[in-house]
Design a protein. Structure first.
Length: 161
């Protein structure tokens, strides 16, 4: 059960990120960099924070050194490669791997220990929180065509199992 649940969350995370990257990819740099305060001051910075965090959690789970930022590019489309890597990582894990522990360091260097499934749930929840902020930022900027990204919208589009 935990395996199928986390596979679904990984699929949903990529799907939702794809929707925002596609929509915001139609905007100019001046819109992506316009002041729209939330946790981060612009749409671009919010999307890149999601990218960097998803990369960091994938690195921790894979036992690799964390890269922050994930890469030097400031293009929002770069989020998708990191979301795909995270999804593929999750899909490559069985129940035992998802229940295993990892010791990792946060960005301040503090050591923590957690199960992989909890790390993933945090990562997916974190991305969802910031996508909600992107919606608010888009509204602040008067943008239209805000993508529906609720989990239920994703679930309804999937074949019934």
């Amino acid at each position: 059960m935990i395996t199928s649940l986390l596979h679904e969350y990984a699929d949903y995370d990529l799907w939702a990120n794809e929707r925002f990257v596609e929509r915001l990819g139609r905007e100019s740099d001046s819109v992506l960099d316009a002041h729209a305060p939330s946790s981060f001051p612009t749409l671009r910075r919010t999307l890149l924070h999601i990218r960097d965090a998803e990369c960091a959690w994938a690195c921790r789970i894979a036992g690799e050194p964390v890269r922050w930022p994930a890469e030097p590019s400031l293009e929002v489309v770069t989020l998708l490669a990191h979301s795909k890597r995270l999804r593929d990582l999750v899909h490559g894990m069985d129940g035992a791997a998802l229940l295993s522990d990892r010791v990792y360091r946060d960005l301040k260097g503090n050591e923590h220990r957690s199960t992989v499934w909890r790390m993933l749930m945090h990562c997916f929840n974190h991305s969802t929180q910031h996508r909600g902020q992107i919606i608010t930022q888009m509204r602040q900027l008067g943008l239209e065509g805000i993508p529906a990204n609720d989990l239920i919208v994703h679930q309804r589009a999937q074949p019934r199992s």
